[in-house]
Design a protein around this ligand. Structure first.
Ligand SMILES: *Cc1c(COP(=O)(O)O)cnc(C)c1O
Length: 395
């Protein structure tokens, strides 16, 4: 075992189930470990490195900004932050952006904004937020309170008051929970950690209509599926429905920590001076990298090609499904694809890793494919070829 692994195991909290690989270098869709072994990376830092590892354009942006200005605090204005917010607003439903550092922080901000908006308008008692089972919104106590998965909630009671859960995709049970105490609904337009679950036809539309009628805030958590992952800049664009608040993080700055909450003007207005803050939120360094990440995502034909590559990957997986039958179902949109297996995914993941393909398994039985969006068709072929070898060995 490399001494990196020994050292880390000795000195770092034992909260992560890590693979016994110490990564030391990346380039595009490839990673290398300390022994020099090469891997095709279909995890992409968990849907973070959308423009590939060690992206040379972004590396240069990062370097030049670091030489110029890294951090000022939000007591001052900086150009990168302003330009990033402008470009996000120009390319979304929203009017205003709040910057933070992670997905949990973005959702935390959304929960607070939702409550504050409702409090200002309707007074006390209208503070319930409806969430869904199988969702994932983060690990802070408020976002954990909004997360519908027992395995991540275990042992942290009591949770924050005012969250209710309904089954994802069941519009009637959601509408059934909408009473006078409800101020918001939070959900992922496509559930990521929950196993790549797509919403049924008209689910989001029906939800939007009901939220409009009742002045209930609709929050879309696009932390995983936003920033081009699905072949549109934001996943909700596929469904013709816009939220009142959207949260982003993961891929925003291609690997630097950044999160954001985007809201419409009228709702953003509920956060006045001093209502919320973050020391690091939107530093010039991270904002400049996020700005250029966004510009690259918006280049002509890039996102439509992401969508097509997703279709290509799903076609390849369907062929494997026909040959081996280990795959029960294939789901996804653009380059977030899930293959539900007839068994726990761990054996597949471990064998694939030995053959040089890094894959992630979520929800126990779902292989999740979230490669960098810059992945080539040739690399998709290689990954499918490796998987074929794995399935052969397992059948
Ligand atoms: C990863 C994720 C989060 C949490 O993001 P962190 O940056 O780890 O706090 C929240 N929501 C969704 C949908 C995610 O995938």
């Amino acid at each position: 075992m490399s001494d990196t692994i020994e050292m880390a195991d000795k000195y770092i909290f034992n909260t992560y189930k890590r693979y016994p690989i110490a990564i030391s270098k990346g380039k595009g869709t490839f990673l290398w470990d300390e022994e020099g072994r090469q891997y095709l990376d279909f995890i992409g830092g968990i849907a973070v490195c959308n423009l590939g590892h060690a992206n040379p354009v972004l590396a240069k942006v990062m370097y030049e900004q670091a030489l110029n200005l890294v951090h000022t605090s939000n007591l001052f204005y900086t150009r990168p932050q302003a330009e990033l917010a402008k470009l996000l607003v120009e390319n979304s439903f929203g009017d205003k952006v709040f910057f933070c550092n992670s997905g949990a922080e973005a959702n935390e901000a959304a929960i607070k904004l939702c409550r504050r908006y409702s409090f200002e308008k309707y007074g006390k008692g209208r503070h319930v937020i409806i969430s869904t089972y199988n969702s994932f919104h983060g690990r802070t106590l408020a976002t954990l309170s909004a997360t519908g998965q027992e395995k991540v909630r275990y042992g942290f009671e009591p949770f924050l008051e005012g969250f209710r859960f309904v089954s994802y995709g069941d519009l009637n049970s959601l509408l059934g929970q909408m009473d006078q105490s409800v101020c918001g609904v939070i959900l992922e337009p496509i559930q990521g950690e929950g196993g790549v679950i797509l919403p049924p036809e008209n689910y989001l539309k029906g939800l939007r209509e009901e939220c409009n009628k009742r002045d209930i805030i609709l929050i879309f958590d696009e932390v995983q599926v936003g920033m081009g992952r699905t072949g549109r800049l934001f996943a909700h664009e596929h469904y013709g429905v816009t939220p009142d608040i959207m949260t982003l993080a993961k891929a925003m700055a291609n690997g630097l920590p950044m999160g954001a909450m985007i809201a419409t003007e009228s709702i953003a207005g509920a956060f006045g001076l001093g209502a919320h803050a973050s020391t690091f939120g939107g530093t010039p360094l991270v904002s400049q990298v996020a700005l250029h990440t966004l510009k690259l995502l918006l280049e002509e034909d890039f996102l439509s090609d992401v969508y097509q590559k997703g279709e290509y990957l799903k076609r390849g997986l369907r062929e494997l499904q026909a040959q081996f039958g280990i795959i029960k179902e294939i789901r996804g949109m653009g380059l977030i694809v899930g293959a539900e297996l007839d068994r726990p995914g761990e054996s597949v993941v471990n064998l694939a890793m030995k053959k040089g393909l890094l894959l992630n398994c979520t929800h126990d039985t779902v292989l999740r494919f979230v490669p960098p969006l810059t992945v080539t068709r040739k690399e998709l072929d290689t990954a499918l070829e490796i998987l074929k070898g794995v399935f052969k060995e397992l059948s």
